[in-house]
Design a protein around this ligand. Structure first.
Ligand code: N01
Length: 535
């Protein structure tokens, strides 16, 4: 179809063909709706299509970070490792797209640049970078929480004579780094995963760190046949537990609060949590996110581990965070990150002591030195949760733009709808458990719930579904209050927009967890979708 041929008006237009968007294609089609999905990438996969940097893998266990909607799919797919690599996750997404014949609904290389609601016709018109227009009754943004890369505004960045890469846009095939002097800016999860591998490939590696991060060894391992048998036997119970949990995984904290334990008991529980590996160390004790004393125990334990691993005491001190309780920024997981700094070819530059002044053709200049480089890697994060939407020119009812509506931070109802934007929905957006939970399970739950909402609207003969202002404000306040009852707001994290200069500070994900969120959604449904207006 050429860009001049008008496309038919669809029931549902989905933006993004990652985990959430593909499930939405499946679920809305199953409900008898006519669906099209626009994807910016050259293939499906979303986050797992774009983030193909060396070492990229998920920090949620593969058997949990996978679809649960089809038992046969769940039982036939064999994950090879405890934590799946990006290529394996992408292969899984391709398998799902083919197995459920989803690709015929997906139009690739269609980056959505604008969306406008026509109040009289009750339909959305969406425009792509290529100039196409698509129309639909309902518009669903499944554009991801961490999909709008942050490109820091560093003077001279364009003058660098070497090669520049972003972890979030790593080329395929990846570049050879043999014999190269490589620099990495950033020390979040993406950097922490890639640094050990970059250090193995490059001649030398310089890591530019502004803020140190906590990281726990992933302790990844292959899944054995015995693991596979056990997982299959336990799957139904495992999923049920995950759905009722806070983080969307079947994790159980230590049965006692940290502050009630003897020092020996506490140490043993923390050691067991560390030996279990991964992000769940951040939830070793049930009071770790709410009681600073409990958090301090875990924080000090993790800091001791860093000192034990890193031989140079100055480097070890620089690698220990000083500005946030452990876990209040997404805890990182690694395979040999801290050990990498024991290599002679690896250097850490503490940007708090010597800030970057500019990038020159030869490398990165700080107040103390010029670090000459052949390759510069930006692992500088994302305009999280809102960036994917605010970078699109979205105009809702009464001519109001999304940037106006969210000028003071994102306002949503249940993380699925924005007041003033009828018939537009979001998955894993602000106000939902999203990034604090298992994104695959939360996407399934939200999409299923939205299918019910649209069926309800159709049953009522409504052509527009719009959340009431007061319901959205009340929910958004509740999301903030839930965060305020924890230690999360003590960190300058991307959860509250602190990583993007000028972004309003509002805690965006819903910390009360998937179980509580599901329950609230059920109550709203049972109350006839209380909070929404159907016209
Ligand atoms: O991004 P980040 P990420 N000068 O925002 C630094 C998920 N994820 O892509 O903290 C110098 O965490 C910035 O420094 P500072 C996961 O949820 C998951 O690594 O702003 N430095 C920081 O160190 C994660 O939390 C997985 O001072 C600059 C870094 O860049 C989220 O994605 C893997 C700078 C950005 O860290 C984001 O992780 C990867 C500047 N001008 C990602 N600007 C797994 O599942 C920024 N920085 C394992």
């Amino acid at each position: 179809m050429t860009s001049n041929t008008p496309h038919p008006v669809r029931d549902v237009l989905i933006v993004g063909a990652g985990f959430a968007g593909l499930y939405a294609v499946h679920a809305f089609r199953r409900a008898g709706l006519d669906v099209v999905c626009l994807e910016a990438g050259s293939d499906v996969g979303g986050t797992w299509y774009f983030n193909r940097y060396p070492g990229a893998r998920c920090d949620v266990e593969s058997v949990d970070y996978s679809y649960s909607f089809d038992e046969d799919l769940q039982n036939e797919w064999v994950w090879s490792e405890r934590y799946a690599t990006q290529p394996e996750i992408l292969a899984y997404i391709h398998h799902v797209a083919d197995r459920f014949d989803l690709r015929r609904h997906v139009l690739l290389e269609r980056r959505v640049t604008a969306a406008r609601f026509d109040e009289h016709a009750s339909r959305w018109t969406v425009r792509t970078a290529g100039g196409e227009e698509h129309r639909a009754r309902y518009l669903l943004f499944a554009t991801g929480s961490l999909s709008a890369p942050n490109r820091p505004d560093i003077p001279g960045a364009d003058e660098f004579a070497g090669d520049t890469y972003f972890t979030a846009r790593w080329p395929e095939p990846g570049p050879s780094l043999a014999g190269k002097r490589v620099g990495v800016i950033g020390t979040g999860s993406s950097a922490i995963q890639s640094v050990p591998i970059l250090a193995r490939e490059a001649d030398s590696l310089t890591v530019f760190q502004r803020t140190a991060n906590y990281s726990v060894p992933a302790l990844n391992r292959p899944l054995t046949d015995e693991d596979q048998r056990r997982i299959r036997a336990e799957y139904p119970a495992r999923r049920a537990k995950a759905r009722a949990s806070g983080g969307g995984s079947p994790h159980e904290s230590y049965p006692k609060r940290a502050v009630e334990c003897t020092p020996e008991e506490r140490e043993a529980a923390l050691e067991a949590g560390w030996r279990n590996g991964g992000v769940l160390f951040g939830k070793t004790f049930p009071d770790q996110f709410t009681d600073i004393t409990a958090n301090d125990y875990a924080r000090e334990f993790a800091e001791r581990k860093i000192r034990e691993i890193v031989r140079d005491p100055v480097t070890a001190r620089d690698l220990i965070p000083t500005d946030h309780p452990i876990g209040t920024k997404r805890i990182c997981t690694d395979s040999g990150y801290f050990e990498t700094f024991n290599k002679d070819t690896v250097a850490l530059v503490n940007l708090r002591r010597e800030p970057i002044t500019r990038i020159t053709p030869r490398g990165v200049e700080t107040t103390a030195a010029l670090y000459e480089l052949d390759v510069l890697v930006y692992a500088t994060g994302f305009d999280a949760m809102t960036g994917a939407l605010t970078r699109i020119d979205i105009t809702g009812a009464r001519g109001r733009s999304i940037t106006e509506a969210w000028a003071d931070g994102p306002v949503t109802y249940l993380g699925v709808q924005i007041p003033g934007f009828p018939n537009l929905f979001t998955v894993n957006g602000p106000g939902a458990p999203s990034v604090l939970s298992n994104m695959v399970l939360t996407a399934e739950q939200q999409v299923d719930w939205l299918v019910g909402l649209l069926q309800h609207a159709d049953g009522a003969g409504a052509t527009q579904v719009e959340v009431r202002d007061d319901a959205a404000v009340k929910w958004t306040d509740h999301v903030q209050q839930a965060a305020d009852a924890t230690l999360f707001p003590r960190a300058n994290s991307w959860y509250l927009g602190a990583n993007i200069p000028g972004k309003p500070r509002r805690f965006m994900p819903y910390v009360a967890g998937l179980g509580a969120y599901r329950q609230r959604c059920e109550e709203v449904r049972e109350d006839g979708y209380e909070g929404f207006v159907f016209t």
